[in-house]
Design a protein around this ligand. Sequence first.
Ligand code: DC
Length: 233
Amino acid sequence: MSSEKIERRLIITIDGPAGAGKTTVSRTLAARLGYRYVDTGALYRAVALAALRADLQADDDDGLERLCRGLTLAFASAEDGSARLLSDGKDVSDQLRSPQVTRMASAVSARPPVRRGLLRLQRELGRDGGAVFEGRDMGTVVFPGADVKFFLDASPRTRALRRFAEVQARTGQSLAEIETAIRQRDANDRTRALAPLRPAEDAIPVDSTDLTIDEVVDQMLTHVSLKMRQTRG
Ligand code: DC
């Protein structure tokens, strides 16, 4: 047997509110580690898109239950390596970011059948480890035993400014509209009865308000390296 220590491929979770930088940070961290990046918000958005297309109300639990049972969601890699989301075999990645889908995603993500359906899928995606999961309840509900958990936050103003820079050209929304929508979505996500957005007790808090992406990722890598040294065996 080789004397090389075997490196266990970890599950890393990054939770936090919209606009804290989770997506860029999670993607960068995953790339630096050679891990898979899983954007769980995209799954909620895909359910929202399917619900809108089926003309369902956001609180129609029976309809959502049926919808989730019949819906097959899967991630695939595009030729350029970017992650695409397939909903019943069709690439819906470019339809997930409209304000309408964003609002519906926040609403349906509070519904029990939706959370139940996606819980199973997310755990399945994490079965082999070696992944960075980005979401709201990754460290608290989906992977309570994750190896390293982060809670990434930033001030609401900073988050609105970042989102503004990102979506303004596409949606034409004003900064004030975006800040209002972010605060509304935060309130929904933090106060819902099921899997509310909150840090896991053992999550490492990271505030990105005054940090660059690289500074955040470097901080996280320090924690991940420490964990890797502890778990090597
Ligand atoms: O991260 P995002 O903005 O793409 O998420 C879309 C919505 O889905 C957001 O309102 C929160 C919800 N969500 C959730 O409830 N749990 C997750 N793990 C990920 C997202």
